[in-house]
Design a protein around this ligand. Structure first.
Ligand code: MBD
Ligand code: FE
Length: 293
């Protein structure tokens, strides 16, 4: 016989059955899992999901809605993405996993979430290249140094960079572009340095045309991300670094304000100065008006 206890459905006030017996059956069904880590992860997922549906007395309709939502999230929307990464991002799960990752190597530049817009194998670019390829925006000169945790330069590191255009779109969101833009792969020089031209990133709303956007709208959340540039750095014998740099003084940096980055991706030490400059540029490029470092 099923045991019944007095848990109340929020707002409903119904006593729900204790499903411990069912949870135990499902957990036991994974007893033969050879990989202990896989066993831990799958059985604990079952426990949490069972707890979730029980504690909330979830109805058939609600669960069907959840399944439909996830099915839609897994389908390709207007560009070539499915939205599972984005869902994980807006729920703060990507950031949580990132913070865990980071806590294992506390003495390095912090990592940050990958996001949905990294494209494998970006076009190789020479140092000094303008990765914006003339797109409108405030010119930005980036001068980055790749070092090991002791501060020693790392030459020949593969440095992938990607960012959104002035209007907040990544190239993969713009079907009419010819080829990749604001996306490049550099090699650090003998001093570990990588230098290139781009444009200053702006704040932008994450894609709102799919199920994640509908969730944000339905819950009264804003879709904005703080201005940022993405980096993925790989060098033989070193751990990979995936990170972002944020523009100091920019919008949506402060999570405590309730108007923080919608994917909870900002870390204080990744917020850096992008200083307005005028006059001669480091490589003699003719820049009309202000440019930023
Ligand atoms: C982005 O550009 C991004 O970087 C993240 C983490 C999520 C959505 C859009
Ligand atoms: Fe991004």
């Amino acid at each position: 016989r099923q045991a019944w206890h007095g848990t109340r459905r929020p707002g409903g006030g119904r006593a729900v059955p204790d499903l411990g017996w069912l949870t135990r059956q499902v957990v036991a069904s994974f007893d033969q899992t050879p990989d202990p880590r896989a066993k831990q992860l799958v059985t604990d997922l079952v426990r949490h999901l069972h707890h979730y549906v029980t504690a909330n007395d979830v109805t058939q309709d609600e669960w069907q809605y959840a399944i439909d939502f996830l099915t839609r999230a897994g389908h390709i929307t207007t560009d070539t993405r499915q939205e599972f990464v984005l869902l994980s991002d807006v729920l703060g799960v990507s950031s949580a996993v990132d913070v865990l990752t980071n806590s294992r190597t506390p003495d390095t530049t912090p990592s940050a979430v990958l996001g949905p817009f990294y494209v494998e194998g970006p076009p190789a670019a020479e140092q000094g290249t303008d990765i914006a390829r003339g797109l409108p925006g405030t010119p930005m000169w980036a001068d980055i140094r790749v070092t090991d945790p002791d501060g020693k330069p790392v030459p020949d590191a593969v440095v992938d960079v990607w960012q959104a255009n002035e209007d907040g779109y990544y190239d993969v969101q713009l079907p009419d572009l010819d080829g990749p833009v604001l996306r490049a792969r550099f090699r650090s020089d003998a001093d570990g340095r990588v230098r290139f031209w781009s444009i200053l990133p702006n704040e932008y709303p994450i894609p709102e045309d799919g199920p994640v956007g509908q969730m944000l709208a339905a819950t009264g959340r804003h879709p904005w991300r703080a201005p940022h540039v993405h980096f993925m750095i790989n060098a033989p014998g070193h751990q990979q670094l995936i990170t972002q740099l944020f523009v100091k003084g920019g919008p949506y940096l402060d999570a405590s304000s309730g108007r923080g980055d919608t994917v909870f991706g900002v870390k204080d030490s990744l917020v850096v100065d992008f200083v307005p400059r005028h006059g001669p540029t480091p490589d003699g490029r003719a820049v009309d008006g202000e440019w930023r470092l």
